[in-house]
Design a protein around this ligand. Structure first.
Ligand code: ACO
Length: 323
């Protein structure tokens, strides 16, 4: 059977770093409050003239370079983002053009912080059905562009960045020993859309709007949904958490990450954590964390990895893969 294997990763973080101390000068908050509640110390913020596509292109270019492939070897580009440069065209077509990738499928996926898991799953389905052999999958966000910088309940959490992977078709035996994506699990509950949303959009206000969040409610569902979907992924493979080499969670809040690890009985030494330095980069957070752990040698070829995320929608999901 065909499996989608991660051939290479890439990432990009904007140069500007905004610390909790910087935020203390902007809103009524403190380093202590932010760190205690979220685990965040600093985050990267894109320059005014730097767009989501710019971030995505940097990350995609790095993944392409690390893969040793040529642009014409790539059959498609899928970008997970909630903060596109324009309503259309998609960020993905900008990446395709900038990297010299030949015409093929290119589109964006919008599932907020779960976006990368959704995009990975979509790309996996194209590959498994034989419709594409290699897809560049990117999570890229300029969350700073939809933050209300006077709202201390949200502006201390979100940030900018991009991460990328190249998925490539490979032959597998159909078991857990195969390299590549073993299963994906996607969910949404639209009845909970009001808990985390923007107060605008093209067809309503004509503006993109700003993030509005009921943090405490989102926190509660995040812990529950994450545990549910992670257990479903493990059950589908007939394994328990002890079989995992790494958990690469969406980096929203260290308390949510720790709660999920605890429910799995996993030590934090097996969890990739970047939230302290990256903040919540929405769809970019998982591929950013993945790239970091691959680059520093923690994640190795053959490791069994679980990705999990939860975000606006509410949406949530997980992907089990062997690197
Ligand atoms: N600095 C200081 N005080 C603050 C700040 C701040 N930045 N923000 C809020 N407060 C105050 C509140 O006003 C409140 O004060 P009050 O008690 O006088 O009313 C108090 O701190 C406690 O506020 P809570 O919102 O109850 O704090 P909580 O412990 O729930 O932490 C947080 C807030 C960090 C947002 C938490 O609820 C959380 O992480 N929720 C999940 C959010 C999340 O993960 N969102 C992303 C999902 S992914 C996506 O799709 C984008």
């Amino acid at each position: 059977m065909i499996r989608s294997v991660i051939k290479a990763t890439g990432a990009y973080l904007p140069k500007k770093i905004l610390t909790n101390q910087d935020l203390e000068k902007m809103v009524e908050t403190s380093d202590d409050w932010i760190f205690q509640r979220s685990g965040i110390k600093a985050r990267h913020i894109a320059a005014d003239d730097e767009t989501t596509a710019d971030l995505a292109i940097h990350a995609g270019r790095m993944a392409l370079k690390n893969s040793g492939l040529a642009p014409e070897d790539i059959d498609g580009v899928i970008v997970a983002t909630t903060t596109p440069d324009q309503t259309f065209p998609a960020v993905a077509v900008k990446v395709q053009a900038a990297l010299g990738i030949s015409p093929g499928l290119a589109f964006d996926v919008q599932a907020v912080c779960t976006g990368f898991v959704y995009a990975l799953s979509v790309a996996d389905n194209f590959i498994v059905r034989g419709q594409a052999a290699r897809i560049l999958v990117i999570g890229a966000e300029k969350m700073s562009s939809i933050i209300d910088w006077s709202d201390r309940t949200t502006c201390v959490l979100f940030a900018d960045g991009a991460g990328a992977v190249i998925l490539e078709a490979d032959k597998g035996q159909g078991g857990n020993a195969d390299r590549g994506i073993l299963s994906t699990h996607l969910y949404a509950n639209g009845n909970q859309a009001g808990l985390l949303h923007t107060d605008g959009g093209p067809s309503s206000t004509g503006r993109s709007g700003h993030i509005v969040m009921q943090g405490r409610e989102v926190f509660k569902y995040a812990v529950q949904y994450m545990a549910d979907v992670v257990n479903e992924a493990l059950a589908s493979a007939g394994i328990d958490a002890a079989a995992l080499d790494w958990l690469v969670p969406h980096q929203a809040n260290i308390r949510i990450i720790e709660a999920t690890a605890k429910k799995l009985g996993m030590g934090m030494d097996k969890v990739i954590v970047t939230v302290e330095r990256h903040g919540n980069t929405s769809a970019a957070s998982i591929p950013l964390a993945l790239h970091e752990a691959v680059s520093d040698g923690r994640i190795k070829k053959g490791d069994l990895i679980l990705l999990e995320a939860m975000g606006g929608g509410l949406t949530w999901g997980a992907a089990l893969l062997r690197f």
